[in-house]
Design a protein around this ligand. Structure first.
Ligand code: T46
Length: 179
């Protein structure tokens, strides 16, 4: 078994541990294998991303609107992140709920379409992730990281946030929209 798949408190968000083969040189691990992922996720990825974030940075909460919504397989190559998924599926019993996992470098989080995604770097971190729909600037959307209704408990209290992210709307506005 190359991967361990474990449902989180929101069952469609899945924590994945990669099996690591260590020897005197270092280690090897597989990070994606269609035959194993297809049993659980039934997804085909079309784009790979890599971002570097200094300690304290929060990126998110982001999502792309339909028809360009993205499922994301998020992993960390170096560092550690507090990785958050927020359920924005209006017909979901966990609509408006969020789940987090602290990811280090042999773990990943699968975040399906219909979720907002954000993370905080707990140390300088290289984050790599696959998406199952391509980037579309005109479908980009988001919710502000410190939304009072979501009340996400970001660990580092004086975060570094982009000009764009600091202007994102609230969950209440999203809930009231027809999106
Ligand atoms: C996401 C993306 C961005 N870009 C360009 C757009 C901007 O000119 C520049 C930086 O984009 P942005 O500030 O949106 O990058 P992040 O804040 O890391 O956004 C990502 O972070 C959160 C946590 C996510 O889950 C999404 O994947 C994504 O929204 O890269 C691209 O060219 N392709 C892309 O796929």
């Amino acid at each position: 078994m190359t991967f361990i798949f474990e449902e989180t408190e929101i069952p469609d968000v899945i924590h994945i541990v990669c099996n690591r083969y260590e020897d005197n040189r270092g280690y090897f691990e597989e990070r994606y294998k269609a035959s194993e992922f297809d049993r659980i996720l039934h997804v085909r990825f079309v784009q790979d991303n890599h971002s570097f974030s200094r300690r304290g940075v929060i990126r998110g909460l982001h999502f792309q609107r339909e028809p360009m919504a993205q499922g994301k397989l998020v992993g960390v190559i170096t560092g550690r992140i507090y990785d958050v998924a927020v359920d924005l599926r209006k017909d979901s019993v966990t609509f408006g709920k969020w789940v987090y996992r602290v990811l280090s470098n042999n773990e990943m989080l699968w975040i399906p379409r219909g979720f907002a995604h954000g993370f905080q770097a707990l140390e300088d971190s290289h984050v790599v992730y696959k998406v199952d729909n391509e980037f579309s600037r005109q479908h980009e959307d988001g919710i502000i990281f410190n939304d009072p209704d979501l009340a996400i408990d970001w660990p580092i209290k004086d975060p570094i946030v982009s000009e764009k992210d600091i202007k994102l709307g609230t969950f209440r506005n999203f809930r009231g929209s027809s999106k």
